[in-house]
Design a protein around this ligand. Structure first.
Ligand SMILES: NC(=O)CC[C@H](N)C(=O)O
Length: 421
């Protein structure tokens, strides 16, 4: 408990409101899954600072099922790259159920790595020596995302292996089309094990939080996958994660997400939160009825819709004005492209033709390469026009250039005044 329990209470409230949402059916096509308690219902939230909040049955273990797919997708992207992976699996929404036969005409590739056909191929592409080694790599990866060692539920694995004829049929079709990397039984065995890894709702929230945090686990600090890989995975989750309702989900919830037949659902609010819900009864699309309702409510109530983000960006330029012939600008936080644009726009307004610029970046915490390039260019341009430029910044911003670098704003001001005299 932390934050005076206010956030925990907000989660608990959403859980209560969604407890009666619709009716669903616990999946039993994998017989062992049919033993789940339909009343289980949990919510969890993980922040980028590693803060965790939970409500309900958030520590009940269940098998991860299809929620494993984005993480294994990340592993293969990190190993092979998007170009090589796309030779095997496309990245198009299928508009079909998770277990649909999906072979693109011509190439035989499955539509995307979030449906079973594409996930089976993706699992087969995990580089390893032998099937056991391949599963251990996947288990290690899922554990790194969760920040703790995860176990296998042998009974669910045996149950799915004994009844997984539909997945076997998909694998044989792809094998015949030449798009299955490996033998049907070997690849499927790894896939069934991958789906049978045990997690809790708390685990799922922090796993989603790792994707939200650019691939860095917010609690352990481990960079589990490179940042560009996390970005690519989120893109595919956004368009394909919710199967045949992906479009409606993006409309109403507006977050990259992934559901699984055991009742788990994750959603990712990039650079903000990882969110997870768990409740076994499923809707017709194979997603948790209460989980979907809860994530929808959470996204709306907490203002997490992706397309909402731009309007709420924090102010980066904290001061833009003039004292005498010195134009002064101060900025704070992380400087990305939009922040650089704001600074550049303000520069034009504050620096007089016969004056100098003092730019206070001491409260800047991070400068993206594009922001650094644009600001450097603007400073150089001012300097070339004969206007002295003094930059006050913490170490990190390049001191080299046709401008003066100072550790404090006072030093920058004093230098600029002397230059103008
Ligand atoms: N949607 C899911 O969670 C499906 C996963 C399940 N193991 C299957 O392949 O059928």
């Amino acid at each position: 408990m932390s934050g005076l329990d206010v956030i925990t209470e907000a989660l608990t409230r959403v859980r209560e409101e969604c407890a009666a949402a619709g009716t669903g059916r616990v999946a039993d096509y994998i017989p062992q899954l049919g033993h789940a308690d339909p009343s289980w219902f949990a919510l969890a939230l993980a922040s980028m600072d590693g803060h965790g909040y939970q409500a309900g049955d958030a520590e009940v273990p269940f098998t991860i099922q299809s929620v494993s797919k984005p993480f294994v997708h990340a592993l293969v992207l990190a190993e092979l790259g998007a170009d090589e992976l796309s030779r095997w699996v496309a990245a198009e929404p299928s508009g079909e159920a998770f277990n649909a036969i999906s072979l693109q005409p011509g190439t035989g590739r499955p539509a995307n790595p979030m449906i079973n056909a594409g996930a089976i191929v993706t699992t087969g592409l995990v580089p390893a020596t032998g099937a056991a080694g391949r599963f251990e790599r996947i288990r290690a990866l899922l554990s790194a995302f969760a920040g703790r060692p995860l176990d296998l539920d042998e009974q669910v694995y045996e149950s799915e292996r004994a009844t997984g004829d539909r997945n076997r049929a998909l694998a044989y079709l792809m094998r015949a089309a030449g798009t299955l990397p490996g033998a049907v039984d070997t690849v499927l065995d790894t896939y069934f094990r991958q789906c049978s890894v045990l997690v809790t709702t708390v685990d799922l929230a922090v796993m989603a939080g790792t994707l939200a945090n650019g691939g860095r686990q917010p609690v352990t600090g481990e960079q589990v996958v490179p940042e560009p890989v996390a970005v690519q995975v989120l893109a595919v989750m956004a368009t394909c994660g919710m199967y045949d309702v992906a479009g409606d989900w993006l409309l109403r919830v507006g977050l990259p997400a992934k559901s699984g037949v055991s009742g788990g659902v994750i959603a990712v609010s990039p650079a903000r939160f990882g969110v997870a819900a768990f409740s076994p009864p499923l809707d017709a699309a194979g997603s948790s009825v209460r989980g979907v309702a809860a994530l929808r409510t959470l996204s709306q109530r907490f203002g997490l819709h992706l397309m909402h983000a731009a309007a709420t960006a924090a102010p980066t330029v904290t001061h833009a004005g003039r004292s005498g012939r010195i134009g002064r600008i101060a900025a704070q936080g992380a400087l990305d492209f939009p922040a650089a644009e704001r600074i550049l726009f303000a520069l034009d307004e504050v620096v007089p033709p016969d004056g100098a610029l003092v730019c206070d970046l001491t409260q800047v915490t991070q400068i993206e390469a594009i922001a650094e390039a644009l600001l450097s260019k603007a400073f150089a341009r001012l300097a070339a026009l004969g206007r002295p430029v003094a930059v006050a910044a913490q170490a990190g911003f390049p001191a080299a250039g046709p401008w003066r670098f100072h550790a404090t704003v006072d030093a920058a001001l004093a230098w600029a005044q002397a230059e103008l005299r």
